[in-house]
Design a binder for this molecule. Structure first.
Ligand SMILES: Nc1ncnc2c1ncn2[C@@H]1O[C@H](COP(=O)(O)OP(=O)(O)OP(=O)(O)O)[C@@H](O)[C@H]1O
Ligand SMILES: [Mg+2]
Length: 365
């Protein structure tokens, strides 16, 4: 089944609410005013979701929640079930068991209302390309029954497509087309954006542009749900993550909270379905010193929290350890007090990479 065409997207969202994007744009100057109220229901709630293709379960009891105003990264290797979950959230596929609610509305009971609430961007979406950027957006504004064409201007401004608005869609780069896709799904002013692999195949600059746009949308009070199989792709904008592996949710929650749980080494498994339980967390710290790194080894070996030290070329040292930030501070203080010319301190992995490696086995489904 393919849902990748524009026409289907338009049909989908054909009963859109009158937009309030202008208000949203004004709110850029005053982001606080556009923040959603403390709603009862979370922006997205997935409860005990199962899905099966043929006789194969591809989603197995997946449960998580995404709060309003969050940027949630749904991360998992190819075949983990991300698109299947997203297709259910976007009302393209009915859940076989379990419940999915968008802003408190059940996708199976009231799909029309859900479609008004969401802006859905499929992976590998095609775009009509023999028309200009502006014509493209005006066409979809019409399809979404957006009465006021000023909305198209607001969306063009927000997505920074002003200079390109008269260019043929066919002449856009991949990154620009991706921005155009985002512009399209903003026309009906959705509360929740559901983006399937929005940054895949983009070069670093285009990825940064998408990232900045997502942050702007967050400032407008939108909730953003995005999937990625590449961990680092948009990780720096995510406030929360969920990691899916072989149809099972391994862990989900705010990044800081998950990191703290790892730090405590006390996490006992996020789902009931046999998710791997992490071992005590091992972190790596890279240092660079002036001179021969090997001479520094004795100052570190055997220290509290140190699991191993290696000296490399160019004054590089890699310390495996079980400590947190306080450990890093202690090491730096110790080395400096011993007269070591320390010129670089770099935790080897970011928080998200660490979480990912701790919680997944990396097998493909
Ligand atoms: N229409 C379908 N019929 C049968 N099996 C399917 C269908 N769609 C997906 N699958 C299978 O379901 C599993 C989950 O697929 P899904 O597309 O949800 O994964 P994904 O996490 O989005 O992967 P990717 O990162 O490659 O996009 C895969 O094993 C896939 O082969
Ligand atoms: Mg997918």
């Amino acid at each position: 089944m393919s849902h990748d065409t524009d026409a289907q997207g338009a049909a989908h969202q054909g009963h859109a609410k009158p937009p309030a994007l202008e208000a949203a744009s004004q709110a850029l100057a005053d982001p606080g005013s556009a923040r959603p109220e403390a709603d009862q229901a979370p922006a997205i709630r997935v409860r005990h979701l199962w899905h099966r293709y043929g006789n194969r379960d591809v989603l197995k009891d997946v449960s998580f929640e995404v709060g309003h105003g969050e940027i949630f990264g749904f991360i998992g290797p190819n075949g983990a079930g991300k698109t299947t979950t997203i297709n259910i959230m976007a009302t393209l596929l009915e859940p076989m068991a379990g419940r999915v609610e968008i802003d408190g509305i059940d996708v199976a009971l009231d799909p029309d209302e859900v479609r008004r609430l969401i802006g859905y961007m499929p992976d590998h979406a095609g775009v009509y390309d023999r028309i200009s950027v502006r014509e493209y957006l005006e066409f979809f504004a019409d399809a979404f029954r957006v009465a006021d064409l000023a909305v198209v201007d607001a969306v063009i401004e927000l997505t920074d497509l002003g200079n390109l608005q008269h260019r043929l869609v066919a002449a856009l780069s991949k990154g620009m087309k991706q921005r155009l896709q985002l512009a399209r799904i903003l026309l009906h002013d959705p509360k929740v954006l559901i983006l399937d692999e929005p940054a895949s195949d983009l070069d670093p600059r285009a990825r940064i542009e998408i990232r900045d746009l997502l942050l702007e949308l967050k400032d407008l009070g939108k909730t953003v749900f995005l999937s990625s199989h590449i961990l680092t792709e948009l990780s720096d904008v995510c406030t929360s993550i969920g990691i899916l592996e072989k149809g099972q949710l391994v862990i989900a929650g705010p990044i800081g909270e998950i990191g703290a749980r790892l730090e405590a080494g006390a996490y006992a498994g996020a789902s009931q379905g046999g998710a791997p339980t992490p071992m005590v967390s091992t972190r790596r710290l890279k240092l660079r010193v002036l001179g021969d790194a090997r001479q520094v080894l004795p100052l570190l070996q055997g220290g509290g929290g140190v699991l191993g030290v290696e000296a490399g070329t160019g004054g590089q040292l890699t310390i495996s350890h079980s400590g947190g930030d306080a450990f890093v501070a202690d090491v730096v203080r110790h080395l400096v007090s011993q007269g070591v010319a320390l010129v670089g301190v770099e935790p080897e992995r970011n928080e998200l990479e660490r979480i990912f490696l701790e919680y997944t086995r990396g097998d493909l489904q």
